[in-house]
Design a protein around this ligand. Structure first.
Ligand code: RFL
Ligand code: PHB
Length: 409
């Protein structure tokens, strides 16, 4: 594993952002090394996203890792909303003029990217300890870490911080150079994965007296469910039986009849947060994906935003190496942030609409019901939800057409 010495781009983190970036750079003929602090198995064990926008699916195709996704992914043309006991359908396809989303788990996508990287013999260091980034402000970036009891150093042209919300890259930027915006929600999501058929063919978002719930899936025989829970709840309080019982209470009669329960394969609690760092570039360091921004999962946007960040930084790097122009890299932050704020707004809005906010009292609950009543019974309201859910085009907000960087180097 040739990780010492020099490379063009050092990528910190082998989540979907880091792996997709590594793959797109490889296709463009740009060398990169990935440093990951966890093991490959640990990364694959994290159960997270399930919904891919068309733009993300296209990028995975561009990265030549779309074969299994196209075969096994489930195309969804709509989803359900169960609000105060009444079911509604958001017809994504009809309301957006033909857009759909793809159900394909983050675990599978990560595995596809890891396999492609391995097959191409590209260097990844797992269990890299104490990763530290240096020199990015004065154009001589390098990265140090410990592995197998030895200190290592890698010099490079650029560092891509794909190391998630708790990573080292954002934390290494001088406080005076960065501004952070944050909202933490007063609840979390308790998620459960089971080898059981999903309760409905499409995703079902539930909002009711007992709080939010989501019925999702990974395939026709693997279901993924979430319950809104207080932040103070511990995983140990939630036996599988308690989970299923609470989900039954939040479902309607049809849902209760169709629900198939079984032992959990995974169960975890995730806090909900909205977060944006500005800017996303600091000299030769780029923040990509969750390292630069977090959305609550309600709008299913996190992984999709990570994928478009990757596309934008890849475009900039290709332009840099082919034309010695930093124009694309200079635009990176602005390009990403416009899209990021749009997704932040939608995720915050949908979260506010569907969850129970204990501190908002009965007035807050009534206003929320009235807004949902308006949205779900109006063509304009349904279209607003659908348009945001399927996501923005890649060229969103750009006035001049950009060059296509997909051609071979
Ligand atoms: P990741 O996946 O957090 O990967 C970061 C990687 O960096 C490593 N790392 C380090 N490596 C070296 N040195 C260090 N000092 C390091 N510090 C960290 C970590 O070990 C890790 O491997 O970030 P990335 O790649 O930006 O990907 C982002 C996505 O994972 C995230 O946005 C989504 O999972 C969010 N999300 C969803 N997004 C969607 O688009 N659609 C969905 O349906 C969706 N559902 C979800 C979600 C996130 C959830 N949770 C758990 C918050 C559902 C849930 C419940
Ligand atoms: C998931 O399947 O994990 C999932 C689906 C939709 C969301 C969030 C998570 O909004």
């Amino acid at each position: 594993m040739a990780a010492e010495g020099r490379t063009q781009v050092t990528i910190i983190g082998s989540g979907p952002a880091g792996l997709l970036l590594g793959q797109l750079l490889h296709i463009a003929g740009i060398d990169a090394v990935i440093l990951e602090r966890r093991s490959r198995e640990h990364v694959l064990g994290r159960i997270r996203a399930g919904v891919l926008e068309q733009v993300t699916a296209d990028l995975l195709g561009e990265a030549a890792v779309g074969e299994r996704m196209r075969r096994d992914g489930l195309v969804h043309a709509g989803f359900g909303m169960l609000v105060q006991g009444r079911r509604h359908r958001i017809d994504l396809h009809g309301l957006t003029g033909g857009s759909t989303v793809l159900i394909y788990g983050q675990t599978e996508l990560t595995r596809d990217l890891m396999d492609a990287r391995h097959a191409a013999g590209l260097p990844t260091v797992y269990e890299a300890e104490g990763v530290s980034v240096h020199g990015f402000e004065d154009r001589r970036p390098y990265v140090t870490w410990r592995h197998d009891g030895r200190e290592h150093r890698l010099d490079c042209d650029f560092i891509a911080g794909c190391d998630g919300f708790h990573g080292v890259c954002r934390a290494s930027v001088p406080r005076s150079a960065i501004r952070e915006y944050e909202r933490v929600y007063p609840f979390g999501w308790l998620g459960l994965l089971a080898e059981t058929p999903p309760v409905s063919e499409e995703l079902l978002y539930i909002s009711g007296e007992r709080g939010f719930a989501l019925c999702s899936m990974r395939s026709h025989d693997r279901s993924r469910y979430y319950l809104q829970v207080p932040l103070t709840d511990q995983l140990s309080q939630w036996s599988d039986e308690a989970f299923w019982q609470e989900l039954r209470r939040r479902l309607d009669e049809t849902g209760r009849e169709q629900l198939v329960t079984g032992p959990s394969v995974e169960k975890s609690i995730a806090p909900l947060r909205s977060f944006v760092a500005e800017p996303l570039r600091f000299g030769r360091l780029f923040l990509v994906g969750d390292a630069g921004h977090i959305v609550p999962p309600t709008g299913a946007k996190g992984l999709n935003l990570a994928a478009t960040d990757v596309k934008y930084v890849t475009d900039g790097l290709i332009e840099f190496y082919r034309e010695r122009s930093e124009a694309g890299l200079d635009e990176y932050s602005v390009r990403c942030l416009r899209r990021v704020w749009r997704a932040e707004r939608f995720s915050w809005w949908l979260t506010s609409l569907l969850h129970r906010f204990p501190d908002e009292g009965p007035m807050g609950a009534k206003l929320q019901q009235a807004e949902l009543d308006y949205l779900l019974n109006s063509e304009a309201g349904l279209r607003t939800i659908a348009e945001n859910y399927v996501g923005l085009p890649l060229q969103f907000g750009e006035t001049t057409p950009r060059r296509d960087t997909r051609a071979s180097p």
